[in-house]
Design a protein around this ligand. Structure first.
Ligand code: CMP
Length: 144
């Protein structure tokens, strides 16, 4: 199967009205949308999603923030999507993110960095399975 990445427009990104902007940047680059939903994540789901950060000082605020409102979860597919997707999002700390990236254009705080993207193939598989059922991933094919 083609490479996939889970991209989230987190609660702050939804509030800021950036859902369309995020989708547009991935579409413009040529990636293919294969899953999309508007979801209220539970704390349990976020604990699992952020399991690598368990024990860090920002873990609890991260869960509280993530569970405080709805997010848009997407699965994008295409060659190099994990690396290219993270480049589209910009550095985790928006202050270090380059202008031209989503975080570099719209954010200043790591705790309000608008978007999430899978950082490895292993993480992508785990995260896609956590947010989507297999039947919620659809694809289209060019005719001929
Ligand atoms: P994300 O890409 O969703 O993955 C882990 C998240 O933890 C990250 O984006 C930030 O939202 C958050 N995070 C990382 N570092 C910090 C930090 N120093 N302070 C607050 N939140 C952080």
């Amino acid at each position: 199967t083609r490479e996939r990445s889970l991209i989230l427009v987190k609660h702050d990104g939804v509030q800021r009205g950036l859902v369309g902007e995020v989708i547009r940047r991935f579409e413009n680059r040529g990636f293919k949308l294969i899953g999309l939903k508007y979801v209220q994540a539970t704390r349990a789901q976020l604990e699992s999603h952020y399991e690598d950060h368990k024990g860090k000082d920002f873990f609890e605020p991260l869960l509280a923030y993530g569970s405080s409102g709805p997010a848009v979860a997407m699965v994008w597919e295409g060659h190099g999507i994990i690396t290219a997707g993270r480049a589209i999002l910009g550095a985790t700390d928006p202050i270090k993110a380059q202008p031209g990236t989503i975080r570099g254009d719209y954010a200043t705080a790591a705790g309000r960095n608008l978007v999430h993207g899978s950082d490895s193939e292993k993480a992508a598989k785990r995260e896609v399975d956590l947010w989507f059922k297999a039947e919620e991933l659809l694809t289209w094919h060019r005719a001929g």
